[in-house]
Ligand binder design. Structure first.
Ligand code: PEP
Ligand code: MG
Length: 579
């Protein structure tokens, strides 16, 4: 009987193996009366001591396997175990109600866990799981029941459990466990955190997988998507083994390329940057080896609020990003922050936007900001203040005219003047750039290059405005095509215009992360690529294998093509030969 189950992808990877069903022996708790309370108190203390010794051993193993910081989790557990308030409460229950040590401990712990589980803070809620973990060990030790040993497992085991506590996870036989799956749990549970640092694929929160599987049954865990297949077909196994290989190959590649600069065969250094939507994305950016932020979409900061974020709130967010983007020597990487791009498909709950027939052609982005200069000025001031803490560049979206650039520049200058007068520090050389998202800027780029310091091509919008194809309309999604010769001509014109005008040009639309397009974009002379962090390694790898002259020959051929099909044929032939 095959089954498909969906859970939460807690730690990435793919595994094809056999179920090791982890179910503990049932604990029987005697609910009767016990006159001799002293014996029960002694059992409580002995159980606590045994638990402490076990936790110290697990701590030692964890320190060896995962390092001191992860081992420190168990210091916290021992502190919880030795909590005097909890202990006194349980002792009192034994004394007053004349119940067994197990019964009293279970009741005492329940009270603590209920209190923690009802807290707003997700981190504290997860600590209830730690307390339950310790209590379980303590209870089993009082009752004299052995705890199942996860430190020696059959080969290719996928551990399936109701929950895996941190101490379970720490004991896992790493030579033989290839993944784990649980009924409950979330991404921030310690077991999930540990799975990620052990690099064990894990899917949690499946609901009832422990009731659906049997020991040694074949199972597939796709922890990239959260999918589980019980008793897969031969074909499914082959597919997922291939997916696993592709994932591992890519991971290996990522490791090798992480610290490398993207320098082509003929010595041209290209920026490989990442796009972010919030300061929380930074960790992934650095982990994937991006050496800058090519687009920080600030509208998410505006959308996540119930009012316009204040200058101070914006300043904090921009400062965190600027400060954290640096190399080991403390040199700051560029962080390109885009001013609010609201309108089109992005609305603000607290801002009345007019109902428009064509919102993508309507009151959006810079148009709103220039009509409501107080919004742009607040953002500029926050950006300028944050620029004292790193290497910030400011970028304007949806530009169609030189006048818009000049108006925005004048507002920026006003803000600089104000800050100087207030004695607030900022980067006096801060760069102001624009996105190339409209044909009006792409085809006359050299005129815009005289006005601003850099360009970044937003192919998501440039494609929709060049082809007059709504990027969100599924009915015409087959027409939405960045390889269309008209769009490629617009991109080439923007790059040439930038260089003629003596400024640099990057790309931060999705097309920059498309490995198939790296050669042609590099050949056109793009200076930097900015994309989702996950694509960084692939694009870096391509750049390392390219030579400008050969890539320029590809571009010359591609620009002569009449159809997308011909363009792709030419590109694929090239990629097969050189990448
Ligand atoms: C783009 O249009 O390519 C772009 C990067 O901006 P967004 O996707 O946020 O519109
Ligand atoms: Mg855009």
């Amino acid at each position: 009987m095959r089954k498909h189950i969906k859970g939460i992808d807690a730690s990435p990877g793919v595994a094809v193996g056999k179920v090791f069903l982890y179910k503990e022996e049932e604990l029987f708790i005697d609910r009767g009366e016990f006159e001799n309370t002293e014996i029960q108190k002694e059992r409580l203390i002995e159980g606590r001591e045994k638990t402490k010794q076990q936790l110290l051993k697990i701590r030692e193993k964890t320190a060896l396997k995962l390092g001191e910081d992860k081992a420190a989790i168990f210091d916290g557990h021992i502190t919880l175990l030795e909590d005097e308030d909890l202990f006194e409460e349980v002792e009192e229950l034994i004394e007053e109600e004349k119940i067994s040590a197990e019964n009293a401990l279970e009741q005492g712990i329940r009270g603590y866990c209920d209190m923690l589980s009802n807290l707003e803070d997700e981190y504290l809620r997860e600590r209830a799981a730690d307390l339950k973990d310790i209590a379980k060990r303590w209870l089993y030790n009082i009752a004299g029941i052995d705890i199942v040993d996860l430190s020696s497992l059959p080969e290719n085991s996928i551990v399936v459990a109701r929950d895996l506590t941190p101490s379970d996870t720490a004991q896992l036989d790493l030579n033989n466990v290839i993944a784990f799956v649980t009924d409950i749990g979330g991404k921030t549970a310690h077991s999930s955190i540990m799975a990620r640092s052990l690099e064990i694929p894990a899917v949690v929160g499946t609901g009832n997988i422990t009731e659906l599987v049997k020991n040694r049954q074949e199972i597939i865990v796709d922890a990239l998507t959260g999918d589980i297949i019980i008793e897969p077909s031969g074909e499914e196994k082959t597919t997922y083994l291939e997916k696993r290989k592709a994932y591992l190959d890519e991971k290996e590649l990522l490791k090798q390329l992480k610290d490398k600069k993207a320098i082509s065969k003929d010595g041209k250094e290209i920026g490989v940057w990442a796009n972010i939507g919030s300061p929380n994305d930074i960790q992934g950016v650095l982990k994937n080896g991006a050496k800058g932020i090519g687009l920080y979409r600030t509208e998410f900061l505006f959308m996540a609020n119930d009012r316009f974020p204040s200058e101070e709130e914006q300043f904090e967010a921009y400062k965190v990003v600027a400060e954290s983007m640096k190399d080991e020597d403390g040199n700051y990487y560029p962080v390109t922050i885009r001013t609010m791009d609201i309108g089109g498909d992005k609305s603000l709950p607290y801002m009345e936007l007019p109902k428009e027939e064509n919102p993508f052609l309507g009151w959006r982005a810079l148009r709103i900001c220039l009509d409501r200069p107080e919004i742009l000025k607040t953002q500029f001031r926050a950006l300028l203040r944050a620029s004292a803490f790193g290497y910030i560049k400011i970028m304007l979206p949806m530009v169609i005219s030189v006048e818009e650039c000049r108006k925005a520049k004048a507002l920026l200058e006003e803000c600089k003047k104000e800050l100087r007068e207030e004695g607030v520090k900022f980067d006096e050389n801060i760069q102001l750039g624009i996105m190339i998202e409209t044909p009006a800027t792409a085809f006359r780029a050299k005129y815009f290059a005289k006005e601003v310091d850099f360009f970044s091509i937003g192919t998501n919008d440039l494609t929709q405005y060049t082809l007059a194809v709504d990027r969100g309309n599924e009915k015409i999604s087959n027409l939405y095509d960045t390889y269309n010769p008209g769009v490629l001509a617009a991109i080439k014109s923007a790059i040439d215009g930038a260089h003629e005008g003596g400024i640099t040009i990057s790309m931060c639309g999705e097309f920059a992360g498309e490995a198939r397009a790296t050669a042609v974009l590099f050949g056109m002379g793009l200076d930097a690529f900015s994309m989702s962090a996950i694509s960084v390694a692939k694009v870096k790898k391509n750049i390392l294998e390219l030579d400008s002259k050969i890539a320029q020959e590809l571009v010359a051929k591609v620009l002569e093509k009449s159809t997308t099909e011909e363009v792709l044929e030419e590109i694929d032939r090239f990629n097969q030969k050189y990448l």
